[in-house]
Design a protein around this ligand. Structure first.
Ligand SMILES: [Zn+2]
Ligand SMILES: [Zn+2]
Length: 194
């Protein structure tokens, strides 16, 4: 395992800047790996881990850097819940730990470093110093992962009866005897303009 400072540098490069979210995200992911006993997520343990992230902010980039879990490897799962939290699943053992940043950590940062006016600077320093127990809540959980959620799964690919686009593994919707993609079934996040 790389050191905290090495991982923080990697996170800074990947994310584009150094911020309180990077420090929080690196610590959160390191804590998750520590509790699972995974110490080489980019090497020998690289196929052991699946990570669920619950926010699309700074810390998530750092979690991806530390864990090596990526969306394109199906190892990073996004649940848009707006929480600075992540769940780390060891697919070898089935153990999973969910770690969430405590909401009180911002007030704690203010109390620790009132001399620093800039919030990001204040939190960047405090988030290095606050012990894990004051920074995070930790909870052992169970995560059910069907085969199609695992990185190496290869399954049938089918075609939407409406738009003709191909769909991977059980993301299709069956409606009135037709097989549709989610967009054609009404879940479109975009509107077509002609
Ligand atoms: Zn940031
Ligand atoms: Zn379709």
């Amino acid at each position: 395992m790389k050191t905290f400072d090495e991982l923080l540098r990697d996170a800074e490069v990947a994310h584009g800047h150094l911020c309180a979210g990077q420090i929080l995200g690196v610590r959160l992911a390191m804590r998750g790996l520590e509790l699972l006993g995974i110490d080489d997520p980019h090497g020998k343990d690289r196929k052991r881990l699946i990570t669920f992230v619950e926010i699309d902010r700074c810390a998530t980039d750092a979690v991806a850097v530390v864990t090596g879990c990526r969306l394109g490897k199906r190892a990073l799962k996004f649940r848009d819940w707006g929480k600075v939290a992540a769940t780390f699943v060891d697919i070898n053992t089935g153990k999973a730990i969910r770690i969430a940043a405590k909401e009180s950590s911002k007030a704690l940062a203010r109390a620790m470093h009132p001399e620093i006016a800039d919030k990001n600077q204040q939190q960047m320093l405090a988030y290095r110093e606050i012990p894990n127990a004051d920074l995070f809540t930790e909870q052992w959980v169970k995560v059910s992962l069907p085969p199609e959620e695992l990185p190496g799964y290869k399954g049938e690919r089918i075609v939407c009866a409406e738009c003709g686009e191909g769909i991977n593994f059980q993301r299709e919707v069956r409606r009135n005897g037709r097989i549709l993609c989610r967009a054609c079934a009404g879940e479109r996040y975009y509107e077509e303009i002609s």
